[in-house]
Ligand binder design. Structure first.
Ligand code: HCB
Length: 216
């Protein structure tokens, strides 16, 4: 019987091989072996895509490789999503979180994982999508009154727009009605402190823990 660590290693390798069919098979294996899909996403698939990102940065891989790796990862996440949604149906209602990838940024994988994990934990999630105009973050706070509004930024160039979310919420007079959460690879606790965001989440598990704490 395969162990979680072995499966995670296989998942990482398959993402790095850009092989969506094998990634999907590994996801199926996870379900049939009764292993943890969240562990596989975080410590298998995500580890693989981060390694591809590192090799891209070092110049040994190129953009088509990143596209292929993200498609391979998505094939696995797609297989695991119904299992995760089933878990979310069993969780008690914890309140509403709106989340989106910020204006100018089309990276969705991390935001989608955070959204799925929050659903699994019992939050009602409003997914704003990607490349979300700052005005839409403000609008959703006014209209839907979520307890938390989260933004995801994967680039140093788009991360700066998280400050705009803070400022435009203040200008609209609704900053005090909501907690803000920021995340994404270049985002840090220090950045969150500097812009006045309430929550910094390093990864999806951290987002769940901190969103739960915000409701207590
Ligand atoms: Co993209 N890309 N990319 N990319 N990409 C990065 C982000 C670079 C760092 C790669 C590099 O240079 N080393 C880089 C950004 C550099 C910078 O900071 N300036 C980069 C670049 C430059 C670009 C393009 C401009 C490339 C080009 O066209 N020349 C272009 C961007 C266009 C645009 O957005 N306008 C681009 C495109 C792409 C895709 C489309 C090929 C693909 C995205 C596919 C998709 O998302 N549907 C992609 C990918 C996959 C990456 C890397 C390799 C991986 C990102 C990822 O999915 N990680 C990334 C390198 C890297 O980050 N290491 C690279 C896995 C997820 C699970 O991690 O950090 O997103 P995560 O999310 C975590 C965590 O941060 C937290 O929880 C998540 C789950 O644990 N979290 C939150 C995330 N959001 C949160 C929000 C919250 O409120 C709370 C917590």
């Amino acid at each position: 019987m395969v162990t979680q660590d072995e499966l995670n290693e296989k998942g990482k390798a398959a993402v790095m091989d850009f092989d969506g069919d094998v990634v999907a098979e590994i996801a199926e294996e996870c379900i049939s072996a009764g292993l943890d899909p969240i562990d596989l996403i975080q410590n298998g698939f995500t580890a693989g895509i981060n390694e591809v990102g590192t090799q891209f940065e070092q110049g040994s891989l190129f953009l088509p490789h990143i596209i292929a790796a993200s498609e391979a990862m998505s094939a696995g996440v797609e297989v695991l999503t119904p299992v995760l949604e089933n878990l979310s149906a069993q969780a008690e209602d914890k309140g509403t979180v709106a989340i989106g990838t910020i204006e100018g940024d089309i990276h969705t994988i991390g935001k989608d994982i955070v959204a799925t994990m929050l659903k699994v934990a019992g939050f009602n999630v409003i997914d704003l999508g990607r490349d979300v105009p700052i005005a839409d973050f403000v609008e959703v706070v006014k209209e839907k009154k979520p307890a938390i509004v989260g933004s995801s930024a994967l680039m140093t160039t788009t991360m700066v727009l998280q400050l705009q979310v803070e400022e435009q919420l203040k200008e609209a007079g609704v900053r005090d009605t909501v907690k803000t959460m920021v995340g994404g690879a270049p985002v840090t606790q220090d950045w969150a402190n500097r812009i006045g965001a309430d929550i910094y989440a390093e990864n999806a598990s951290d987002a769940v823990v901190k969103c739960k704490a915000a409701f207590e």
